[in-house]
Design a protein around this ligand. Sequence first.
Ligand SMILES: *[C@@H]1O[C@H](CO)[C@@H](O)[C@H](O)[C@H]1NC(C)=O
Ligand SMILES: *[C@@H]1O[C@H](CO)[C@@H](O)[C@H](O)[C@H]1NC(C)=O
Length: 468
Amino acid sequence: MSERLSALASQEFPEQPQENAQLDYVVETDGVRKSILNLGVLITTSAIAHKTVATGEGLRHAVVGQASSLTITTKDKDGELVRSGSASLQAQLTAPDGGRAEAEVLDNKNGTYELVYTPRQEGDFLLSILLYGQPIKGSPFRTKALKACDVPPSPDDVKRRVKSPSSGHIRQKAVRRPSSMYGTGKKKENPIEDELIFRVGSRGREKGEFTNLQGISTSSSGRIVVADSNNQCVQVFSNEGQFRLRFGVRGRSPGQLQRPTGVTVDMNGDIIIADYDNRWVSIFSPEGKFKTKIGAGRLMGPKGVAVDRNGHIIVVDNKACCVFIFQSNGKLVTKFGSRGTAERQFAGPHFVAVNNKNEIVVTDFHNHSVKVYSADGEFLFKFGSHGEGNGQFNAPTGVAVDSNGNIIVADWGNSRIQVFDSSGSFLSYINTLADPLYGPQGLALTSDGHVVVADSGNHCFKAYRYLQ
Ligand SMILES: *[C@@H]1O[C@H](CO)[C@@H](O)[C@H](O)[C@H]1NC(C)=O
Ligand SMILES: *[C@@H]1O[C@H](CO)[C@@H](O)[C@H](O)[C@H]1NC(C)=O
């Protein structure tokens, strides 16, 4: 009996529709006139709602009185792009007062559709997109309509184009393509472009190669600094992805790194590295010369590290489940947190960022949330829960805050990057569709306004366009 039940339990039953109900007949009267044999064509598509995705600025905001657009890409049951048009797509926009607004769908005839809508009033709208009467992935979406005067000037270049790495970039050798939230990862059959600008690295031990990247940080002087934890070193690149410098490599120097995890750059350009196995934080000059270490004897397993507006060094102790705040000379200012699920507790804190109000933003990996504290450690608020929906996490890791206070979070288990406003309301995803992430770790904003992320499972880091 038990064997039979196990056998039955291991069978997979389809839980989602595998096809839709469309099978139309279009009469071709001209053809009939010409030839009685030519009666027309049958139209059907293999598009499936729960695999079909929407991308674009119009998903997160719009301007009152101006047309906002987004792209819908229909996919079949295996997540492959459908290449023909004529699918039945409906979009409905529910206005703040409950009224309906119009949205128009344009068929590109290649499996993608343009959805255009024009909000007539400000506020939060609910945008529901139905394919054959079923909501597409992520629908309904929440979108915000702003008055024209409240909108910050938008970057003029909103074209999505993947630049091929120029000769100066270090090219990847092999690419592991995991399944992402969007299903398929096969680039050849999936020509959808995303917000990727470049990727650097492959698995290895040489310069520009990585084994288990963890933290990533940037400097105001246009550098990208990466903690290459299993190679026990830190590598420095330009904002364009050009290799500059590597230090900490195996040896017996006083600054030998054991397992660099978090990394940050202070106002002087000094590189501050949390070392999980050494259980301290090392400080190196911009040229990679070891200067000093702090936190020895106090830290149990440091991971995330950040510098606040007072020059204090904030260290997340992943093992001890707490946050330390040090002066730059290593003197302890304060510490808060312990293991648990209460507000001032952590189930597995990983990375940390500081916002424009000098507040401390910590990702809690095992609590699937992001927690925000005042500069002296008072709990302010948290957001996120366990799941795959908008604003939900499966183990958040890297975190960064932009100049408007928006919070960007790497969602490790869901292999995606989410953007939230300063109060923790979900805004959007960074489109990583064409070259999916695999277990992203650290994340930072470059001085030229791009998002860089340590794509740990793919042994590379990637730079993305980020529209504010
Ligand atoms: C589909 O057609 C539109 C409009 O012609 C075009 O912009 C888009 O790149 C095409 N997409 C694919 C996947 O061919
Ligand atoms: C996360 O923390 C909340 C309290 O803030 C708690 O209710 C919840 O059970 C925790 N979840 C996990 C998965 O630890």
